[in-house]
Ligand binder design. Structure first.
Ligand code: APR
Ligand code: ZN
Length: 294
């Protein structure tokens, strides 16, 4: 029989490895109620949005058309001021409104609906967590968002929606006040992360369960959060491959569910007995989005 402390320094008495089923048991026995989730681009590939580093399909292997010096330049300020076009071409592809949340997004929404989601930290800029109905106060969009945009000259802030037309028409958005280039509030390499990122200082020590879904954990300071929960707290990785501390420093309470993100999430949902409830939620949300698209 597996004994698992309630996360207050409690520790597994048995020698057996924690399994996904054990984690599901901790959730429905309410031993885990403050769940923090960290996600990356792998969460949204089933929605049709390429990730960054998957060989071949990842964005960073498909930027030839923009003839930029190296992939990350597309998110670098000095290159942006030299030539903003590649970033805006990419923005046209990624702009919210062209894609829909997938099964895994709605699992995270169900965690929220059940009062189990302490916070969702996302590196994604597709905004699909909001579209899935997770409220902004439960979200930390660590690498920014298209929801707002800032003039690079006078620093005025605008709703991202104001420039959707320009981006879709492949026109560089200009500030109506000073005519400076307006950049969506996507965090570029070297830029400050949003202030909300610093909620991690209290969220991670409070967490009693951590899910890490669809990320290579290659980019700091986001990646280090994976090591910020207490050592007794289970960490569940749902990802195609072992990444970050799951690869180089696995802990006793780590669970790695490797493979496709949707099948991994389906297994968790199955163990939790939430299958029908989640299907119902997805059906309702799809009807809402269809009505909006009319
Ligand atoms: N199922 C399971 N895993 C998947 C799937 C899938 N369908 N699709 C992708 N993955 C995995 C990949 O194998 C990889 O481990 O998700 C991870 C995605 O990693 P990245 O492409 O590096 O994306 P991410 O971790 O979000 O990148 C972080 O890099 O350039 C920056 O700002 C950018 O936010 C981004 C950051
Ligand atoms: Zn301006």
């Amino acid at each position: 029989m597996l004994f698992f402390g309630t996360g207050k320094g409690g520790d597994k008495s048995g020698k057996e490895k924690l399994t996904l089923k054990d984690v599901a048991e901790l959730i429905w026995k309410k031993e885990c109620q403050r769940i923090v989730v960290m996600v990356g681009a792998g969460l949204s590939t089933p929605s049709g949005i390429p990730d960054f580093r998957s060989p071949g399909s990842g964005l960073y292997s498909n930027l030839q058309q923009y003839n930029i010096p190296y992939p990350e330049a597309i998110f670098e300020l000095h290159y942006f001021f030299h030539n903003p076009k590649p970033f805006f071409m990419l923005s046209k592809e990624l702009y919210p409104g062209n894609y829909r949340p997938n099964y895994a997004h709605y699992f995270l929404r169900l965690l929220f609906d059940k009062g189990l989601l302490l916070r969702l930290y996302t590196q994604n800029i597709d905004g699909l967590e909001r579209v899935a109905g997770i409220p902004p106060d439960k979200l930390v969009e660590a690498h920014g968002t298209f929801a707002t945009a800032t003039c690079t000259v006078c620093r005025r802030s605008y709703p991202g929606e104001d420039f959707r037309g320009d981006v879709m028409a492949e026109k560089i958005p200009k500030c109506p006040v000073c005519t400076g280039i307006v950049k969506p509030d996507i965090v570029f390499f070297g830029e400050e992360l949003p202030h909300r990122f610093f909620l991690h200082v209290t969220d991670f020590p409070m967490a009693d369960l951590l899910f890490i879904i669809g990320t290579s954990l290659e980019v700091e300071p986001f990646a280090s959060l994976a090591g910020a929960v207490r050592s007794s707290v289970p960490r569940v990785l749902i990802n195609r491959d072992l990444v970050g501390p799951f690869a180089y420093q696995p802990q006793q309470n780590d669970v790695a569910e490797l493979g496709d993100v949707i099948s991994g999430v389906e297994r968790v949902v199955e163990f939790l007995g939430w299958k029908e409830e989640l299907q119902e939620l997805i059906k309702k949300e799809k009807e809402k989005l269809d009505a909006k698209d009319k």
